[in-house]
Design a binder for this molecule. Sequence first.
Ligand code: HEM
Ligand SMILES: [Cu+2]
Length: 637
Amino acid sequence: MGTLIIVTVALLFLTAILTGGYNQRFLDQVKNSVVWDYITTVDHKKIGILYFISGLVFFVIGGIEALLIRIQLVAPGNDFLIGDAYNQVLTMHGTTMIFLAAMPLIFGLMNVVVPLQIGARDVAFPFLNALGYWLFSFGGILLNLSWFFGGAPDAGWTSYTSLALNEFSPGPGVDYYVLGLQITGIGTLMSAVNFAVTIINMRAPGMTFLRMPMFTWTTLVTSALLLFAMPALTVGLLLLMFDRLFGANFFDHAMGGSHVIWQHLFWIFGHPEVYIVIMPAFGIMSEVISTFSKKRLFGYNSMVFAVALIGFLGFMVWVHHMYTVGLGPVSNSVFAIATMTIAVPTGIKVFNWLFTMWGGELDFKTPMLFAVGFIPTFVMGGMTGVMVALPPADFQYQDTYFVVAHFHYTMVGGTVIGLFAGAYYWWPKMFGRKLDERLGKWHFWPFIIGFHLTFFPQHFLGLFGMPRRVFTYNDVPILQTLNIISTIGVIGMTIGTLAFMYNIIQSFRRKADAPADPWNGRTLEWAIPSPPPAYNFKQLPLIRAYDQFWISKQTGKEIEPSEPLGEIHMPSPTYLPFLMSLAMFISGFGFITRGYEMGALGLILFFIVMFIRSYEHDPGYHIQPDELTGVEKEAKA
Ligand code: HEM
Ligand SMILES: [Cu+2]
């Protein structure tokens, strides 16, 4: 009851503020504040910044959770973090890092960069894009509220049933997992729809598919993967919600359900998910390596083919997570062959990056350092991927530290290191400031050395039989030694991450004086100011070739405009996405705390606002041609 009153009061206060039932001066201050600007923005560049900052915050939270795990595992029999507390930290680490850190960091870069790379003034669905961000954000906050209200989920990031059912997980933790991820997931699906339609419909004249930059290609394939993979998780979470909140038995074996179905639903989503978080990093690699080698990307067409093939095959391998479930040798073999086949297009990418560097003028700025660190590290993760894909061998590796090492080589060694390269590369475009090169090296070296120190020994921990998801292990010297090395490694990653944070803070202390093209880039985003104006391009460009901007620089000919200078229409800022997501948050919290009225009230509010929006016509605002010329002069300077 209490919570219901609090929420009603909060809603009334919010309505008072929004309808101006408060003093005007205060209202003007709120409306002119940066916070209000970001709460109401539908600008893809600002939404990208929101995603990136949220992702960084959750990366730090997930990193602290990893640190706690490694402190506990430094010695056998340690009692620093044990039992269910360990399970909670472990579960939240994995869930946070994948859903709340890796994905929003990726969406951040996609939001800022992709519309610029295709020569577009905006995304296809600005409102939906904003709603996608706020649903993601409120879902992540709801999940982390579990630490303060009843305990965090503790059934692993995979939340296998029947462990995740009420019988074995009676606390509210798994409910936070179910509803938090459901809300975040709906937001993610909206973003995927927005990106897919933006790339297909909003390309500048002449920007054919085979003239699109690789980061845009990986964004398109990633969006397609999300469109087909997320629904499996959405359905799984819905069924699990019914089992936990409404006494259904979808996953209860004893009641005619099946707990194996949860595993299928989870991994039909879960395996494409790992490609969803690695593909954009592949795209970043192609951009960074060709720019800092001053060479056209080697084998562009085969790169596009490889990305599409990896995406396609990514849906045919999920059972490799379930070899030991007992589906039989035939299905295990089919999924094993499909899994190993993915190594081929992945190999094409690696060799094309190496051939792009071959004979190039290599410039080891920080983005390129991370790119060079990425290749061998990710290849090691890929190699162990082929090893765990072999069913007989996987009967040994399954649920051991060998698997933990494997997926950290791909997700930290691949995704995170790739994202670091992208952050240093596009930071000037996002914020008009460059990150410091010296601090960049203080980020790169401790992080990459620390990374290999942490996770390489874990392969051997697994081969020596150490299972994953345990808070202690046998007092055997080799296990002790390897765990100590692994924990020492985390210190290196922590130093690197702190240097990165310090670099970010320092960059905001400096003047925003980054030039439009700080790296002598090849793609369109470098043809406009840093950061770009709200409308991106004064006149949409006409594209005649791949790497058009590079060619125009080599030939000294400006990129031709595809339209005359004219009035530009932009969508209006709105607080409705924020309000709709707040309503969903309230609904989720209601259902978790068994306040079903509050749950229903939140949903009703969500749909009311949605209907208001669908009947509302957004007049938007117009930018007159003469307002544009000022900015152009600056870009040329
Ligand atoms: C940054 C440094 C990181 C460290 C030191 C670290 C360390 C660990 C350790 C030791 C475990 C295994 C715990 C156990 O099985 O008992 C673990 C699990 C996991 N980690 Fe990380 N990790 C890091 C980053 C990441 C990142 C960036 C991701 C994903 C993008 C990630 C995803 C996962 C997942 C999914 C699990 C499995 C959780 C589960 O078993 O339910 N980790 N991590
Ligand atoms: Cu997989």
